[in-house]
Design a protein around this ligand. Sequence first.
Ligand code: IMP
Ligand code: MG
Length: 185
Amino acid sequence: MQDYTEFMDSVLVSAEEIEARVTELGAQISRDYAGEDLLVVCLLRGAMTFTADLTRKLTIQHELDCMSLSSYGRGNYASSGNVRVNLDLMTNIEGRHVLLVEDIVDSGRTLAHVLSMLQTREPLSLRVCVLLDKKMRREVPVQVDYVGFDVPDKYVFGYGIDIDERFRHLPFIGSADLTRYIRPA
Ligand code: IMP
Ligand code: MG
């Protein structure tokens, strides 16, 4: 396996900065949903690490469920917005306060798709928390209620986010120079 230091441009967000921001988001979400019955929905797999840390910063009672989506048809490190549901929620969200947790919003297509799908199930409320926002890349308007960090238009990895399913375990967010990255065979 290629060593990430061979293609990493820079550390965009350090482990310490992530920890501090996730703590703030947890406090804010805990205030906003005080007294409510919250269901946190983790979008697998990219948001696993973020969700695990974020929910441990919540001081309010809540439930956790997961969903797995994949986008197909574009390839080469960009999502197409043609979203397939690999694993649906176990929980009936009708009448529930739902907070969707996602790793990155880029074009907005993935979130727009999942939001419209979940909206048909008539939750009481539906909000979005993303770790990273690539604002300049937006093609579809999507309401994001909580944002960890704005990031530039670069391919990022680490803290749950992969390149070819690898490097999710790194504790920081790095940006990749894909011209120096060797794709696994
Ligand atoms: P969107 O549908 O274009 O907003 O893309 C969002 C999805 O693309 C996220 O769920 C990520 O999985 C993936 N994605 C977007 N940018 C990156 C990146 O820089 N690194 C890894 N995955 C990314
Ligand atoms: Mg994803």
